[in-house]
Design a protein around this ligand. Structure first.
Ligand code: GUN
Length: 288
């Protein structure tokens, strides 16, 4: 079997058109969704991601505010900045780009963001809501993966979803979102024994470990949906995922490429969450 490629760029364009049209409608009510992105230090990958987020906001008519702070910023200075953004009525979403410098306590920073503006879905209150099946801001990459699976018309209910990787940003929440959709979920990680024995049972396999060529044909069941979340650099400096694409595409039913798969969905769902927040926070102004 040769897998159907799930084109993340195409799906992202479809969802962005819908967001853009809702942003236009809100503007007629004098509401402009606003996203603040806080960037600390000089991490090049973080700079690139933040640039992509700003560009995407501009394309859709979302106001974006970039706050750049030096690597040496103190924990308290960063906390004060976030508190300022929490009470700024022009800002509906706050994103602090991770990772943060070592001297800053990431968990405390995330907990400083108002849960009502936590468009990353990382605040423990929002994680708790997600775990208890409530509507909230879901983390953007996991939410984008759910949207991709919806787009190919696959209902995860009753499917075996295997997640490889257990990060707070992707692995753990993506498994939870699939559980909320009535899938049977198994988590694998670096200490898992006989990875292939487990992943080869997956109807939907999520690779989010950050290890080039971790997933080969022997790890995949015939016809499975394979979602590659990783963004690794290979020895030639080329972007690649965790999946040996050439080999696995001959066995899977569906597969996401890297780049052009999950990547474009992450920013799209950030825009989606920012719009959602504007509607929730300023909804009372509509037709008031
Ligand atoms: N760093 C890598 N991915 C993310 C993300 O989704 N959100 C934030 N805030 N930082 C990240």
């Amino acid at each position: 079997m040769t897998a159907t490629i799930i084109n993340g760029k195409e799906i992202a364009v479809e969802i962005r058109k819908q967001i853009q049209s809702e942003v236009r409608e809100l503007k007629e009510q004098n509401i402009v969704p606003g996203l603040a992105v806080v960037l600390v230090g000089e991490n090049q990958a973080s700079r690139t991601y933040v640039g992509m987020k700003e560009k995407a906001c501009a394309e859709l008519g979302i106001y974006s505010l970039k706050i750049e702070l030096p690597e040496t910023v103190s924990h308290n200075e960063l906390v004060s900045k976030i508190k300022e953004l929490n009470s700024d009525p022009a800002i509906h979403g706050i994103l602090v780009q991770l990772p943060l410098p070592k001297h800053i306590n990431e968990i405390e920073i995330i907990e400083t963001i108002s849960p009502e503006k936590d468009v990353d879905g990382f605040h423990p209150i929002n994680i708790g809501k997600m775990m208890t099946g409530q509507d909230t801001f879901y983390p953007c990459t996991p939410y984008g993966i759910i949207k991709m699976v919806e787009y190919i018309n696959i209902d995860p209910a009753g499917s075996h979803v295997v997640v490889v990787g257990r990060s707070n940003i992707v692995g753990k929440p993506v498994g939870q979102l699939f559980l909320n959709k009535n899938a049977t979920v198994t988590y694998c990680h670096s200490k898992t024994k006989d990875l292939a024995a487990i992943t080869s049972q997956a109807d939907i396999l999520i690779a989010a470990a950050g290890r080039e060529n971790l997933i080969t044909a022997e790890h995949v069941k015939d016809g499975a949906v394979v979602i590659d979340v990783a963004m690794n650099r290979n020895s030639q400096g080329k972007l690649c995922g965790d999946v040996d694409f050439a080999e696995v595409k001959e066995k899977a039913g569906y597969i996401t490429p890297v780049p052009g798969g999950v990547g474009p969905m992450t920013i799209t769902m950030l825009l989606f969450n920012t719009l959602k927040s504007a509607k929730l926070l300023d909804g009372n102004k509509i037709n008031a």
